[in-house]
Write a protein that binds this ligand. Structure first.
Ligand code: PGA
Length: 267
């Protein structure tokens, strides 16, 4: 796991956008996340697109998750949110932006279809992730299987509280979601997890330095051969080996790209 520590959330977004841009230029299958943390990264990518530096024309996208019971046009559905905040502002084909069908009355079938669609697309090249204060990724809550595929999950009460800021009241937050499973997420070729703010510090420490455990679903990144964690100083504040992570970055070989590929022409 590579851990990149940046002074501010804005600089986290710049680094994340740099990593994603390298994949986007190759026409990647993108794994997208909703939530507050990736928003600054999406703004960076939109700005680069508007400046004529970046085209998403060859890209396809798969969302991590979707609430069960919300229609796609509902303002809090992730189908709507990702368009509103990101994909409507770039040149990706709207039909190439996929999310689980949370409105299907047979969610287990919607889950299976989604898993299949990701496989049929050749898999996700780069998966963007946030992390919940309880260590969840996607909607994989504590104590779920480390080997899960796309499935329906009951939201943890903490997640309902955390997400109620987007709804008029806590009662309106759906109780269930369809989410890519931890095995689905780990099949992506590059994982990029972002975390900012003190509220995420404990979860980040558990993810990187705690035991591999279903109690911290994000710790399943420890099993992945190419996971990059980009955090600000606050989110990094509980990491014991913080200075080592800085040392690693300071001694990065010149040929090593942040997207995991050797940089062409450096050697
Ligand atoms: P946040 O959510 O980015 O809104 O903090 C992250 C998550 O719950 O995965």
């Amino acid at each position: 796991m590579e851990i990149l520590i940046r002074p501010t959330p804005e600089e986290v977004a710049v680094t994340a956008a740099d990593i994603l841009s390298a994949h986007i230029k190759r026409g990647a299958v993108l794994g997208l996340a909703t939530g507050s943390t990736p928003l600054a990264t999406y703004r960076q990518l939109i700005a680069r697109h508007r400046a004529g530096e970046l085209s998403f024309a060859g890209c396809r996208a798969f969302l991590l998750d979707e609430y069960v019971g919300l229609a796609p046009e509902h303002e809090q559905s992730y189908h709507y949110t990702i368009r509103n905040e990101f994909t409507a502002h770039i040149d990706i084909d709207d039909a190439a932006v996929h999310s689980p069908d949370g409105a299907d009355p047979r969610p287990w079938e919607a889950a299976e279809r989604y898993e299949r669609a990701i496989i049929d697309a050749g898999g996700v090249d780069v998966q963007l992730l946030g992390i919940g204060t309880n260590g969840h990724i996607g909607f994989n809550e504590p104590a779920g299987s480390l080997n899960s595929t796309t499935h329906m999950e009951t939201l943890h009460q903490q997640t309902v509280v955390d997400n109620s800021r987007f709804f008029d009241s806590e009662d309106e937050v759906p109780t269930h979601a369809l989410t890519q499973g931890l095995a689905t997420i780990r099949r992506a070729r590059h994982l990029v997890l972002l975390a900012t703010g003190l509220g995420k510090a404990e979860a980040v420490a558990k993810l990187a330095e705690g035991p591999l455990s279903a109690s911290c679903p994000a710790s399943s990144l420890q099993l992945h051969p190419q996971a990059t964690v980009v955090v600000d100083e606050e989110a990094a504040s509980h990491l014991v080996e913080k200075e080592y992570y800085r040392y690693i970055e300071a001694h990065r070989p010149a040929w090593q790209g942040y997207d995991g590929q050797p940089i062409e022409g450096v050697l």
